[in-house]
Design a protein around this ligand. Sequence first.
Ligand SMILES: Cc1cc2nc3c(=O)[nH]c(=O)nc-3n(C[C@H](O)[C@H](O)[C@H](O)COP(=O)(O)OP(=O)(O)OC[C@H]3O[C@@H](n4cnc5c(N)ncnc54)[C@H](O)[C@@H]3O)c2cc1C
Length: 329
Amino acid sequence: MVTKNILVINDCSKQCDDEHALQLISKAHDLSIQMACRVEVLCFGINECADEMNRLYEYGADSIYFYKNTSVGLTDYRHFAEVVSTHINKQMPELVLIPTSTMGKSLSSILSNRFGAGLTADCIDIQLSEKQELIFIRAAMSDTVLAKIVCINCELKLGTVKPNVFKSKKRTTARQEIYEKIDFETRINTPLYTVLSTRQYAQKCSVDFNRYSTIFCLGRGVKDQQNIDRFFALAEKMQVGIAVTRTLVEENLVDKEYQVGQSGKSISPKIYVSFGLSGASQHIVGIKNADVIVAVNHDKNAPIFDFSDIVVEEDLNLILAEMEARFIQ
Ligand SMILES: Cc1cc2nc3c(=O)[nH]c(=O)nc-3n(C[C@H](O)[C@H](O)[C@H](O)COP(=O)(O)OP(=O)(O)OC[C@H]3O[C@@H](n4cnc5c(N)ncnc54)[C@H](O)[C@@H]3O)c2cc1C
């Protein structure tokens, strides 16, 4: 039987070794060990950089296919779909992991239609069953349930994945590198659109959790705006990020950009410290990749303690005052 591989799509629109790409490659590497297959990474770009390619290998790539194009930019998804379709027809992978970039979303729907492939959008995990079937896990029915999805009657399975759902980590297995550079010239000559004019919009400030190795996460127990402001001031002083549960967003105390969990963002800091949050399952899915979880809660039965490495059974106001005394004065 021919072993089918896992293909990771990397549109290289920023750089080939960006964090999101490394996260997908790391997950593909873990699965490839269980599936006894290789991880192929398809890069589509103008210039390949040796250092960037090296990092892809370090995080789990076994084969890199660099489709080099000089004549078309990276803005037309049809070129990208053409490259990926050609590659799939040649290599026939079992699973294709696609980042949820604008390009990735267009690409996944085109591929699903073109190959009759099973597509699970916004996966929060991919596992292998005892029968070696791929199981895709995602939130469903307005985020009220976590669905486990098995693609039936299709050879090719596709999954799109948001940033920070998986954790990037360097491989510990030996590298067997294959590198292939393919010059790509598109057959599509008609432009998709004509730009009539451009207008600059003020960009909405986006919270970048990746900047921080430690994140404080605030829950309902923090209670009011004054306490929230104190945490933000402290975090700035300590160069720590702030995240919140959905409760504080629903109470209009903090912008949705800061929400972590099933209907918010996923984070993977080295240290995650929660203050006054219970640890609902919808919150936990967003923090499962944190290295160390610390929880401050005055209820010894708070569910968050079951997921924590360090438990602080205490009133958060005391801890906050102590940290302020130490770091602000
Ligand atoms: C479809 C759906 C999607 C959802 N998506 C998300 C999501 O993305 N992210 C998310 O976070 N939630 C989400 N939720 C909500 C989730 O179910 C919980 O309701 C929410 O996470 C609870 O927030 P909390 O822990 O801040 O509040 P609570 O559950 O009320 O917990 C407050 C905690 O604070 C402790 N506390 C209170 N005062 C103090 C004090 N002075 N000192 C120490 N501890 C104190 C209490 O003991 C308690 O454990 C979702 C829910 C649904 C139905």
